[in-house]
Design a protein around this ligand. Structure first.
Ligand code: MF3
Ligand code: CO
Length: 250
């Protein structure tokens, strides 16, 4: 069942979304050569608590940190630790915040200092694929219209879509129905209705779509060692334009 949020619930999700977006922005500002991923995790956790919220990811299925930080060929679910970021890295930050009974969830890939044009293109195409997708995040469209638009944009740029992980509905639970694949056939999937809140999150590999799971039980990497990027927002379906609940403040 896909839940439809009431106007009051939507207000609460706006608040969760704003905090989550600000947490992502803080993490992005900290991505610099010499910083450890652990330091970013600590600062973001502190910020979320200061806002009166709780990091959604901490202890979720045993996840040991507040933020997922995935560097270069790591796609998602990288665990923060002693790794020191260096010039040229690309750093995917995924963060969730829970307040008032509702979750926000968003992610982005940030450049560490000066990066290669190839890495920047991967970041740009991944981010833009989200915006291509949400052109169809409208009442009357079907969910896989969104999925297909993301896939089409990514593959037309020569990159590949991760299949094993997908976006999701979000609300009182971080993961609600429906699953939102970043690939699929237009005209299929559930009809979108106002009040649905969806975490849409393309995960894009520069090389092949194949992934490997690390023995830490979390980190997901590309099999071929080529780099990957991630972009996610929590989105509200309305009677018109979709509303990005985790939009950057500026
Ligand atoms: N944003 C991710 C998701 O939508 C992160 C969850 S990972 C975990 O699934 F750390 F929370 F487990
Ligand atoms: Co998510």
């Amino acid at each position: 069942m896909i839940t439809l949020k009431s106007p009051h619930e939507i207000e609460l999700m706006r608040r969760a979304g704003k905090i989550t977006a600000a947490a992502r922005a803080l993490a992005g500002e900290m991505v610099k050569p010499g910083v450890t991923t652990h330091e970013i995790d600590r600062a973001v956790a502190h910020f979320i608590h200061k806002q009166g919220a709780v990091p959604s990811f901490l202890h979720y299925n045993g996840y040991p940190a507040s933020v997922c930080i995935s560097v270069n060929d790591e796609i998602i679910h990288g665990i923060p630790g002693p790794r020191v970021l260096k010039e040229g890295d690309i750093v995917s930050v995924d963060v969730g915040a829970y307040i008032g009974g509702y979750h926000g969830d968003c992610a982005a890939t940030f450049p560490c200092g000066r990066i290669s044009p190839e890495a920047q293109d991967l970041i740009d195409v991944t981010r833009q694929s989200f915006f291509e997708g949400i052109r169809f995040a409208r009442e009357g469209c079907r969910l896989f219209d969104v999925s297909a638009a993301i896939q089409q944009y990514v593959e037309s740029h020569g990159y590949s879509i991760v299949r094993e992980y997908v976006g999701h509905g979000i609300g009182t639970q971080m993961h609600e129905s429906p699953e939102i694949p970043n690939y699929g056939h237009p005209g299929r999937g559930p009809r979108l209705l106002r009040g649905m809140t969806l975490a849409i999150e393309p995960m894009v590999n520069a090389g092949s779509a194949e992934i490997v799971q690390l023995s830490d039980g979390w980190t997901v990497k590309t099999r071929d060692g080529k780099w990957a990027a991630h972009y996610e927002n929590t989105v509200l379906i309305t009677d018109g334009e979709p509303e990005i609940l985790t939009a950057p403040a500026i």
